[in-house]
Write a protein that binds this ligand. Structure first.
Ligand SMILES: [Zn+2]
Length: 344
């Protein structure tokens, strides 16, 4: 069956066509025109429509590189259905190297937005109307905050059977069942019947090669799963998926300088030492311990801590040792030891 044309920003993309579109948004006060760059690949054959979005938080850059590599991947050449890839939604944020919009609002708390609303609301509305509502599925790419890294992980509504299967297909070991937040893209999209995965990996303002490769691979895996690409004939890698029962933050009990003993992806037992906090003379003020057995899925990188600051994010799994093992396996599969290898 032939695919249907798709119309975005007043432009029609016919089956078999690939186009780069500029979705016009409010200009800067310097009278500089602004637009959201959108890549559309409309396959010849019918299939689902998927959007992949990055930098809804303007300082979360990993996803931009993921989208760039995805649209150049050989694997997507013979596509069924339509791929809409948006390397940056919050263009103002990327320009300012900031998570937020110039009005200090968080775009990911402003969905579905409205045409007459705040700047954030208008941008949300534009993206939602022109892209999200035209899709069956979506993958939204995020990273940790500044100075914080996340282990590659999928956050999604895993109580939804279809979303759970998509999440497993993505192929990273760590899955978190995340509540829908008010005003998030994920909430608005799921209310509109669009099945969404959120991929969290790496940290803000940095590229992380492991996170990027796992992201590109994950999107292609998901496209195979929903029938946009042929199932891979390559031998299935042996990465298992683990759903965290819960997760929690371990906070600094004192202000001071942090010496990390535990790293991202580590399996920790209840009572394991995670870090020490010292005063400026190197005197240890406090030691941080793991409250439960689990896996470190998020970590602060800067060695400066104020009392109460969240230092480690720990996912609580039934078999945390296996999770850590499969994270390592994924890492070995994606980032070989030999230096200077080109990315996928
Ligand atoms: Zn984010």
């Amino acid at each position: 069956m032939a695919n249907q044309p798709v119309e975005i920003g007043g432009q029609r993309i016919l089956p078999g066509e690939t186009k780069q579109i500029k979705l016009e948004m409010p200009p800067l006060y310097t009278s500089t025109n602004m637009s959201i760059p959108v890549y559309v690949k409309c396959g010849k054959r019918a299939g689902p429509t998927l959007f992949v979005s990055a930098a809804i938080h303007g300082d979360e850059l990993n996803g931009i590189e993921i989208v760039g590599r995805l649209i150049h991947a050989k694997a997507i050449e013979k596509l069924r259905g339509t791929l809409i890839a948006v390397p940056m939604v919050n263009v103002y944020g990327v320009l300012n190297q900031s998570r937020y919009l110039p009005d200090r609002r968080d775009l990911n708390r402003s969905f579905p937005g409205s045409r007459k609303g705040s700047l954030a609301g208008r941008l949300a509305n534009l993206f939602f109307k022109e892209i999200v509502t035209k899709c069956d599925f979506g993958i939204d790419l995020h990273t940790g905050a500044i100075h914080r890294s996340n282990l590659p992980q999928i956050r999604a509504d895993l109580d939804d059977e279809d979303v759970l299967e998509m999440a497993k297909a993505f192929g990273v070991p760590v899955l978190l069942n995340a509540d829908l937040r008010d005003g998030s893209l994920r909430q608005a999209a799921s209310e509109a019947g669009v099945k969404i995965l959120l991929y969290e990996a790496g940290q803000a303002l940095r590229y992380d090669e492991f996170s990027i490769r796992a992201g590109v691979r994950g999107i292609i895996n998901t496209m195979r799963h929903v029938g946009m690409l042929n199932k891979s004939r390559a031998k299935g890698h042996d990465i298992q998926r683990f759903i965290a029962r819960e997760s929690g933050w371990v906070r600094a009990p004192e202000s001071g300088f942090v010496r990390h003993l535990a790293q991202l992806g580590d399996h920790v037992e209840k009572g394991d030492r995670l870090a020490t906090i010292s005063d400026p003379f190197g005197e240890i003020l406090a030691t941080m311990y793991s409250p439960m057995h689990g896996v470190i899925v998020g970590k602060q990188n800067i060695p400066l801590a104020q009392e109460g600051e969240a230092i480690y994010h720990i996912g609580y799994f039934n078999k945390p040792d296996s999770v850590a093992e499969h994270v390592e396996l994924l890492q070995d599969n994606l980032v070989p030891d030999e230096p200077g290898l080109p990315g996928p």
